[in-house]
Write a protein that binds this ligand. Structure first.
Ligand code: CAA
Length: 392
């Protein structure tokens, strides 16, 4: 076992860290407060190869490994969670399934431009009646000649407004339940594709969350991703990877909480000394440090296993569950250390506190992660190290 980063991974970390310090941090607070979409920063991430990090060179990417991806995600999220969610959706929920399930034609058509940040993707799974129960979607796709015709509504879609391309899940055969769901790549310019509502959210104020409407929207049959009926497997396999991205985002938020709180505790004096000298504050910081590190290790393990081609449903759910709950605990403690100063809009921890909250909700709530983990344990006779999974 080797915990060292490779030279390439270290370079990615340094690049992401320096970009965050110099270009993201100076803008993040104001733009977040004003809910301004960071289009220029997304383009810059594309130029750096960060919008499709694991896409191989033949499709225009740099072919980096998943550890590099989670390291970059952590650094970007540490500076601004809104920007990191735009990045993770494009990487994990759009580029990755195209790479895994797309035809050669779809890969050539979309991946180079997605990777460069010229195109932005969104992931249209959730519906008004299908959140945790993803298999209950009602959007229909009916074959008509060389096209499919889509009708339905998608809800809470990250990047919904600013994206150029949507990965849309729809029912092609209602008689087959989850095996009647299919996945389509839909161009935003397609007739009958509309953005009908933008959500006003507690956190992630600069990333857009939209409602999408499909009204007799024609999609060429060649834009079917995978085979007809394969949609549920595609969405679950994709979310295994997506959850690793959200875990990395949560690690970034937790790390930011720790750094902000320890910086403040050293310069804030009460009772004649810096509050960092009080045991009550030290213990909070120690707990934040331990949990953030544990979350990072779970996240790196899941990324490493997925990069090797292993099935990581359990490991990804464990990383996402622990990292997202850690981010929320860290945000609570950081705000506690800041006291009243943490509660006002000017403070960095006020934004971290709001942004942390979503991480236990999207890409599967903490309750869904527990369900996924428990089901895998039951399949393996109640042990965490079943015969089908590696001893990791
Ligand atoms: N990989 C591959 N196949 C999988 C799988 C996985 N991880 N998980 C399940 N499957 C397969 C099963 O093997 C099964 O196949 P068979 O029928 O051939 O046996 C089939 O899928 C059905 O599986 P389940 O019976 O387990 O399905 P379920 O209805 O009980 O649902 C669930 C499982 C885990 C609860 C799932 O619905 C789920 O993950 N819900 C959460 C939804 C979610 O995460 N939404 C996120 C929206 S996107 C988002 O949030 C993006 C954003 O904003 C940033």
């Amino acid at each position: 076992m080797d915990f060292d980063l490779t030279d390439e991974q270290r370079m990615v970390q340094e690049t992401a860290r320096s970009f965050s310090e110099k270009e993201i941090k100076p803008l993040a607070s104001r733009m977040d407060r004003e809910s301004l979409y960071p289009g220029d920063l997304v383009r810059r991430l594309g130029e750096m190869g960060f919008m499709g990090m694991c896409v191989p060179p033949q499709f225009g990417g740099a072919g980096m490994d998943l550890i590099s991806y989670v390291i970059a995600m952590e650094e970007i999220a540490k500076a601004w969670a809104s920007l990191s969610v735009i990045m993770t959706v494009n990487n994990s929920l759009v580029c990755d399934p195209i790479l895994r399930f797309g035809s050669e034609r779809l890969k050539r058509k979309y991946l180079p431009r997605l990777t460069r940040g010229e195109l932005l993707g969104c992931y249209a799974l959730t519906e008004p009646g299908a959140g945790s129960d993803a298999g209950a979607i009602q959007t229909k796709a009916k074959r008509d000649g060389t096209d499919y015709v889509l009708n339905g509504t998608k809800l809470f879609i990250t990047n919904g407004k600013h994206s150029h391309l949507a990965l849309v899940y729809a029912v092609t055969d209602p008689s087959r339940g989850k095996k009647g769901i299919s996945a389509f790549l839909v161009d935003k310019t397609a007739e009958g594709f509309g953005v009908t509502k933008l959500e006003d959210k507690l956190g992630l104020r600069a990333s857009d969350t939209a409602e999408l409407l499909f009204e007799d929207c024609r999609v060429p049959a060649e834009n079917l991703l995978g085979a007809e009926g394969e949609g549920f497997t595609i969405t679950m396999t994709t979310l295994d990877g997506g959850r690793i991205g959200i875990a990395a985002q949560a690690v970034g938020i937790a790390q930011a909480c720790l750094e902000e709180a320890s910086g403040y505790a050293r310069q804030r004096w009460q009772f004649g000394r810096p509050i960092a000298e009080f045991q009550a504050v030290q213990w909070m910081m120690a707990e934040m440090a331990v949990e953030t590190d544990a979350a990072r290790l779970l996240t790196h393990r899941a990324a490493w296993l997925r990069h090797r081609g292993e099935k990581v449903t359990r490991q990804a759910a464990m990383a996402k569950l622990f990292a997202s709950e850690t981010a929320n605990r860290a945000a609570y403690k950081a705000l506690q250390i800041f006291g009243g100063y943490g509660y006002i809009k000017e403070s960095a921890v006020e934004r971290l506190f709001r942004d942390a909250r979503i991480t236990t909700l999207y890409e599967g709530t903490s309750e869904i992660q527990r369900l996924v983990i428990a089901r895998r344990l039951m399949e393996q006779g109640g042990t965490a190290h079943g015969a089908q999974e590696k001893n990791l």
